[in-house]
Structures are given as structure tokens and as C-alpha cells.
Design a protein around this ligand. Structure first.
Ligand code: KG4
Ligand code: ZN
Length: 339
């Protein structure tokens, strides 16, 4: 069975072909970074229009890489939650059209669950039950993942997502979009202890929640001082930028690692799976590995190619295919995370 998976929740247009034994036959991702760069963030309307232009060539490329044609496809899966409404709708329309044209069934992908499933794919074996941590541009959420079909939210951010904070802090520091990779790079030359930034909720083990907006404001006050809105002509030295980036990154990483530990302790889980764009952060990966070493916990961090948005991780739909959980053609887009 060959499953064609479509992904367009935010600003990546992606397609992949995966078999029911989870073999990845081909994958393609078209990034829109260059379209959103001058706005220092994703502009939803631009993203949706770019998906319209890019979907057919991206599907074609994924099929070519799989050495298949549309006639070889047995089912279509599409990410329908969470994401930008316009972007999700483009993917849904493409998926439904293909289902009608090819007379094949439709499957729905929860994009956030798929970020965790990236760890299952990379492991090549079962990783459930586990604690799952998704750290992306739109979400920072801890799950009690009892099976690929049973994810329960343990806690999430009450304001900004970690990736969103990376992007906004990068913009304050005059670094390019997306901010995560840019901050990670300059932070390598910075002192993570140069600035004392808050680690919200970290000491309260009973709360598996995150908050990054206070941290973002603390960075802002360090950069321009309270009450000033103008980030031009700051004249920060290269070292100051590196120190601010490293100190900010360390505060985020402390919270992510600390809350993961608290979630493991609370659930008694012996496996931790981490995915999402921010999971590509080198310092975060190092700290997770260092701090879980010697503990009786199996750590899976999604490989770099499966951290940022892609269609391969949508192979979680193979689980639904096996359970014959097909969708009707009135399947809707759900911009908020469906529980
Ligand atoms: O998972 P993703 O591709 O899209 C969403 O589902 O949101 O995550 C994108 C986010 C962006 O905020 C980006 O700045 C961040 O992931 N990111 C990183 C790194 N690479 C991407 N953050 C920190 N370090 C990185 N190396
Ligand atoms: Zn994502």
C-alpha cells in the first residue's frame, strides 16, 4: 500500500510517499522562508497563496523520487489540524480532489502528533508509550502518548511557543527569519550566563506548563530598555548579540529540559520523544542527551530532516489506515489543536 501524504499547515509545502510498512519512498519540501523573511514572521495570506502555487510541483517531485505515478497511490493523508486556516484549506482541497480523482480513501493527520511520530519513524521500532514534547513555531506541548492513537495533553505554553519566541527575539537582535537557526548560530560565540533571564514555572514541578512571553519581554528590556519600541540604531556589539542570544537560548532550553524531566517523573514513562522545529537546536539536543544520560529513560529526538515541517512524519496516518479509520470528504480544517 502506498500512502501519499500532504502537509501545508504553516509555511512549508510538502508531500511524501510512504508504504504501510513505514518505508519512505520519496519526499519533497518547498520552504517559503524567502517569502516571509522581510516580515520577520509568517504572513498567513502569503503562505496560503504560495501553497496553491507549489502543491502540484511538490507532489510531482515526491512521486518522481518514489518512482511512482498517481495511479500507484492507494490512499491520501492530509494534515488538517492545527495550523493556519488558509494553509490547511489548500492542503485539504488538494487531498480531497486527489481522493475523488483516484477513487482512494482519505486520512487525517494531526500535525503535532506527527511531529512525535517522526521519532517512531527514525527509531524503526515502537516507541510508545512515551512522553512526547513538541517544540515548534506554534506549539510547545507535553503529551502523555499512550499509543500513536492516544495522545493526552499534559501541559503546554500559556502564551508564546518556544519557536515563536526564538523568531521574535531574533527580530529584536536584527537576526534573519527564521530566528531559531540564526540564534543557535550566533549563540555559539556567546556566554549563556551573561544575562539573567527568567525560567517561568521551572521550579514548580506540579505545573507542566510553559510561558515564554515574559522571557521575550526581559530580552527586550535588556536590548532597548522599558517603554521603547524602536529597535533601529541599537548599536549592539557582535559580542552583546551573541551573549543575549546565548542567554535567551539557555533560558528556553532550561525550561524545555526541566519540564520534560518533570513530565517523566509525573507519568513514570521510560521513553521521551522530542520533535518540532526547535528540536533542531543544537544546544537543546546536547542538554537533553547530557541530562538524561545515566537515567533509566530512552531518549528519541527527531533527526534534523524530520524536525522542521515535512510530510514524512504524516506517516502516523498509516496507523489509521491499518485501523480503517477513513475520513469523509467533508473533513474540515481545525486551526486550533484538536485534542
Ligand atoms: O515545526 P516547525 O517547522 O513549524 C511549526 O509547526 O511551527 O517549527 C518552526 C520553528 C520556527 O519558530 C523556527 O525558528 C524554529 O522552529 N527552529 C529552531 C531551529 N530550527 C528551526 N529553533 C531553534 N533552533 C533551531 N536550530
Ligand atoms: Zn510543525
Amino acid at each position: 500500500m502506498n500512502l501519499l501524504i500532504l502537509e501545508s499547515t504553516c509555511d512549508e509545502t510538502a508531500a511524501a510517499v510512504v508504504t504501510d510498512s513505514l518505508e519512505v519512498l520519496g519526499s519533497a519540501v518547498a520552504s517559503q522562508d524567502e517569502l516571509h523573511q522581510r516580515f520577520s514572521g509568517v504572513v498567513p495570506e502569503i503562505a496560503a497563496r504560495a501553497h496553491v502555487e507549489r502543491f502540484l510541483p511538490v507532489i510531482q517531485l515526491a512521486l518522481e523520487r518514489s518512482q511512482l505515478t498517481l495511479q500507484d497511490i492507494d490512499a491520501i493523508a492530509v494534515a488538517n489540524t492545527p495550523g493556519l486556516a488558509g494553509s490547511l484549506l489548500v492542503g485539504l482541497v488538494a487531498a480531497k480532489t486527489l481522493c475523488v480523482a483516484l477513487d482512494v480513501p482519505l486520512l487525517a493527520v494531526n500535525h503535532i502528533h506527527a511531529h512525535i511520530y517522526a521519532c517512531r519513524l527514525a527509531a524503526g521500532r515502537d516507541v510508545f508509550p512515551c512522553v512526547g514534547l513538541v517544540v515548534s513555531g506554534g506549539h510547545t506541548t507535553l503529551f502523555d502518548c499512550r499509543s500513536p492513537a492516544d495522545f493526552r495533553v499534559l501541559g503546554g505554553t500559556i502564551d508564546d511557543a518556544a519557536g515563536e519566541a526564538f523568531d521574535k527575539v531574533a527580530s529584536m537582535l536584527g537576526l534573519p527569519y527564521p530566528g531559531g537557526p540564526a540564534i543557535g548560530k550566533v549563540a555559539e560565540n556567546g556566554d549563556p550566563a551573561a544575562y539573567k533571564f527568567p525560567r517561568t514555572f521551572l521550579k514548580d514541578a506540579s505545573r507542566l506548563e510553559f510561558s515564554f512571553s515574559g522571557l521575550k519581554t526581559a530580552v527586550r528590556y535588556s536590548v532597548v530598555g522599558p517603554g521603547r519600541a524602536d529597535f533601529s540604531n541599537l548599536n549592539l556589539s557582535e559580542q552583546q548579540v551573541a551573549d543575549l542570544a546565548a542567554s535567551f537560548q539557555e533560558a528556553v532550553v532550561d525550561c524545555l529540559v526541566g519540564k520534560s524531566q518533570q513530565a517523566l517523573a509525573q507519568t513514570g514513562a521510560k521513553v521521551l520523544c522530542v520533535g518540532g522545529g526547535v528540536a533542531a537546536n543544537r544546544r537543546f539536543r546536547q542538554r537533553l542527551e547530557a541530562e538524561l544520560a545515566g537515567q533509566d529513560v530512552e531518549l528519541h529526538i527527531a533527526p534534523l530532516r524530520l524536525c522542521t515541517d515535512n510530510a514524512v512524519m504524516g506517516a502516523i496516518a498509516v496507523e489509521q489506515f491499518r485501523a480503517k479509520q477513513f475520513e469523509n470528504l467533508d473533513l474540515d480544517a481545525h486551526p486550533g489543536l484538536m485534542r
